[in-house]
Design a protein around this ligand. Sequence first.
Ligand code: PMP
Ligand code: GLN
Length: 385
Amino acid sequence: MIASRLAPFGTSIFGVMTRLATEHGAINLSQGFPDFEGPPQIQDWAAQAMRDGHNQYARPMGAPPLVEAIAANLEEDYGLGYDPMTEINVTSGATEGICSALLGLLNPGDEVLLFEPFYDSYPACIALAGATAKVVTLRYPDFSVDFDEVEALIDERTRLVMLNTPHNPTGKVWQRAELERLAELCQRHDLLVVSDEVYEHLWFDQARHVPIAGIDGMRERTLGISSTGKTFSYTGWKIGWVWGAQPLVSAVAAAHQFVTFATATPLQIAMARALRELRDDYLTQFRADYDERRQLLLSILDRSGFQCAVPQGSYFVLAAFDGLFDGTDVDLAMHLIRQHKVAAIPPSSFYSRDVAEGQRLLRFAFCKRRETLEAASQALADFRP
Ligand code: PMP
Ligand code: GLN
């Protein structure tokens, strides 16, 4: 029954692994959602917004207080000026933002440059738009970009580059020099960029998030995407947004009006306040807490014999299991769930060009309480052969 455009994509691995984790009573380090509550005041602000009557359809491009808060933060965080009413479109999570951006911009037959491992909704939405993906592999353990390979894939049908930084699942944070090279290619070949920046506030060590929209010449050809799901630990509220030059955002709005029309009103009002009030102190503590969880997970995986790529951003660790287990990522994920009651994501479904690269890796999420990570440590204690 499934339409031929969607049939190849099956069921998203995130839902599959969380279901298996529940069925087997496993500790869930698979799907990326926190197992702790975000700031409690945000819930009070949402309840207040409901009581204040913010309960009907929102303005399709986003409730004014929210788009104004987003514009103010873009200016303050990155020195980027965007008009809140015409250059920002609130969406039901970044997921809807990605879909509306690709549906709004792509024509059938267009090609999109995609870096693998990719977030699984990218190729599916590219296919929904009737376009095709051309894929460049970022290879474990440093995930560096071969720009000659990127350029060799570009032809007259290439329309857009799908970028994600900080990157899920590798933890790579694109450095300014890499973004400048990509920007130069985009300008030379007249390409647009859709830049998924949902982990914009989650970076560690020396890494810093740089939005490609701020690189010279890129404002007119870039859409940025972000979400409150990660930053405030409210993934279930699905409040995201797309921002960029007005003609590009108009294309997103043209799709968004027919995909969801508008996003949950009281949750937008609450998140507007969160974006304004939970700033430097909150974000510094947020990163410090995540850094602790990152170090803990790295030490647990290291002790179990995994070879981790140390993430510079996001809340995932991608780890190789050479010499530890004989089989694919899916075999090992099933073994860990059944024998050790720990769930991780087998990342081969994030690859389409070099699937074997994904078959030697597993992705573990560290958006989990210390107790959860310590329980995983116990569960993995007798894993090392
Ligand atoms: N992009 C990336 C890279 C993600 O990891 C996620 C989800 N974790 C999303 C988009 C989706 O974000 P949202 O939950 O706001 O739809
Ligand atoms: N982004 C989250 C992850 O990578 C999950 C999102 C989803 O389940 N669609 O695990």
